[in-house]
Design a protein around this ligand. Structure first.
Ligand code: NAD
Length: 264
């Protein structure tokens, strides 16, 4: 039997691609496509919305009680309900929504005592390899290198800096021993904005339809090393989320990461 999948935020940019790629993969049974009650496409066929064949599933507002996995790429205001639904119904959760509050992150940790959960700020394979690299690069270069994270996204992105940029900085801070998030300096302006040691500069560009660009700049007197990642489309995130969903079904309760999924 194919894994039964709920897609929450199904009418969104990510939700539509997840639905389309799940259909294309042929290994999932999409049992519900859910979005907020005020979405104008409620009632439309989820397959048509995702620009694949008609699925016979209407975009709805109710999360079914029985499913193998719920993939959520919606908005933080939906997260409390989604986490509680998965916890109480025993549904594995793949959480892609970014900009969650500390309280919501703590709720996910508590839910992971009962269900398997993967929360990732970025589901792309390349970025997860970068996550695993940035800390060791910072450690090897040492404290004479200034570190700045620059990210660029489309004009519709609500949260800033991106969850991915924060994860990059967090992995660096873990290695350098800097206090995260206190070590972050968001943008820089004013007459007294001299760079301080032991800080990570965070810079967000919001323009046009940029899918997602992240650079980590390590620079000292005389040289700069830049590690950069570009997402060409949303499909790499959607494929990663579907890979995570297939991997997590049947796992014992716990908080897993994309590194676990990828074995890195
Ligand atoms: P989007 O605005 O296009 O889609 C969000 C969808 O969620 C919309 O259709 C909206 O109506 C719906 N929604 C809002 N409230 C809801 C509710 N209460 N219940 C159900 N649905 C609700 O945004 P997007 O570009 O698809 O991104 C969605 C989220 O995924 C954002 O937080 C974004 O930062 C994140 N994201 C994460 C990754 C990753 O790899 N982790 C990659 C891309 C985007």
């Amino acid at each position: 039997m194919k894994p039964r999948l709920i897609i929450n935020g199904a009418a969104g940019r990510m939700g539509r691609r997840i639905a389309a790629l799940a259909v294309e993969a042929g290994r999932f049974d999409i049992i519900a496509a859910v979005d907020s009650a005020d979405h104008p496409d409620i009632g439309a066929d989820a397959g048509v919305l995702a620009r694949v064949d008609k699925l016979g599933i209407e975009l709805g507002t109710d999360l079914p009680k029985k499913a193998d996995c719920l993939i959520d790429f919606s908005l933080p205001q939906a997260a409390d309900g989604v986490i509680e639904h998965c916890r109480s119904c025993g549904i594995a959760l793949v959480m892609g929504t970014t900009g969650l509050s500390d309280d919501q992150v703590a709720k996910i940790a508590r839910a992971a005592e009962k269900i398997p959960v993967i929360r990732a700020s970025n589901f792309s394979v390349g970025m997860n390899v970068l996550f695993s690299l940035v800390g060791s690069v910072a450690g090897r270069l040492g404290d004479q290198y200034d570190i700045e994270v620059v990210e660029a996204h489309h004009r519709f992105k609500k949260d800033s800096p991106s969850g991915t940029a924060l994860t990059l900085a967090e992995n660096i801070a873990r290695e350098t021993g800097w206090d995260f998030p206190a070590c972050l300096v968001h943008g820089r302006s004013g007459k007294n904005a001299l760079r301080q040691k032991g800080t990570i500069g965070m810079h967000s560009v919001r323009a046009g339809d940029i899918t997602g660009e992240h650079s980590v700049i390590f620079s000292t007197l005389g040289e700069t090393l830049t590690l950069a990642h570009s997402a060409h489309s949303r499909d790499n995130f959607a494929r990663g989320a579907l890979r995570a969903a297939e991997w997590i079904i049947g796992k014992t309760p716990g908080a897993y990461s994309m590194a676990d999924v990828l074995g890195i």
